[in-house]
Design a protein around this ligand. Sequence first.
Ligand SMILES: [Zn+2]
Length: 359
Amino acid sequence: MMSFSWRRRMKLLAGWAAALILLTGCAKLQDAAEIAGREAVEELSGKVSEMLGEEGAEEFAGEQDSAPGQSVGTEEEDVQERGVISGKMSASYTEAANRMEIHFLDVGQGDCILIKSGEHAILIDAGNNGDGEQICSYLREMQVSKLDYCIGTHPHADHIGAMDDVIRNFDIGTVILPDKVHTSQTYEDVLDAIEEKRLEITIASVGDTYDCGDMSFVILGPVGDYGDNLNDWSVGIRLTHGENAAVFTGDAEAGAEGDMCGTGLELEADLWKAGHHGSSTSNSPQMLNAVSPSYTVISCGEGNSYGHPHMETLEAFRERGIQVYRTDEQGTVIAYSDGEQFTFSCEPSTTWKAGTDGD
Ligand SMILES: [Zn+2]
C-alpha cells in the first residue's frame, strides 16, 4: 500500500514539474544551459590555472588571443569593427574610418597647414620665424606629438620660418623638401634642426606616393628646374581621404602650375589651397580648370604688403562658384573631411575684398 501511494505521489510531482516547465517556457531552460556552460568554462579555466599556475594561465589566454593565423586574430576583429562603423555610413566610408581635419593656421602673411586623421599628422610649412611658439602650442593643443610628415614647400621665410622650432619640439617621421638649397639663415636653421635630430631629408619627387593612416598623398611638383625662382620650386601635393581630395602647391606660380598640369597626374580636388596667398601670379585658369575645386582657403595676412589676395584671383574664384575662406578675415580655418564631403569651421567669406597694399 505504502509503495502504491509513493508511486502516486511521484507521478503527481512529475506532473507538476512538467506543468511548471511548460508554464515557465524554454527561457528558463536556456538560462540553465547558459549557466551550466559558463560553469563548465570556469571549471576548464580553473583546471588550466591549476596546471600552469596563475601567470601561466594568463599567458596561455594571451597566446590564444594573439596567435597568428587563427580565426580569432585581432586583424579580423579590426575588420569587423570597421565593418560595424561603416555600416552606419555609406559603403565608400570604409576607406576612411577616421575623420580628417585640415587646419589652416592663421600665421599672418605665410602658410602653416596641419593635417590630422586619427593618430596621424602631416604639417605643410611652418609660418614665419617668430611663429614657433604659436605653432608649437597649437599642435600640442591638437594633441599632436608626432608629425608623420613635415613638408617644407620652399625655402622662403614665410613657409619654413618656424620649421626649426617644430622639428625640435616634436617627433618627426619624414621631412620632405624640394631639391633647392638656399643661403638664408632661416634655411640654415632648418638644416641645423634636421641634423640635430639626426633626420634625413627626403627630396620631393613627382609621382611619389605616401600613405599616412587613412590619408595618402602624391607629389605633384616641383616638376622641373626653376633656377632662382624659389616660388616655383614649391612642393605640390594632392592629398586624398576617402573620396575627398585637396591640392596644396605652396607659392608655385602659373608656369610651374602649368608643368604640374602636364604631368598627367590626377589634379581634380574638392579643396584648393589658394596658390601663393591668393596672388594673381598663381591660381592660373589652367590650374583652376584642372583642379576644379568647390572650396579654396587663402592663407594671407591682414593688410599684407603684397596686396594679397589679388582681385583677379578673387574674381576667378567667384566666376567659378568656388567658396572662399580666408585666414586674414576669419583667422584659423579648419576643413573637416568624413571621407565623402568637406565641411568647415566657419561660413565662407563673402567680402570679395582684395588686399589693398602692393601692386
Ligand atoms: Zn609665401
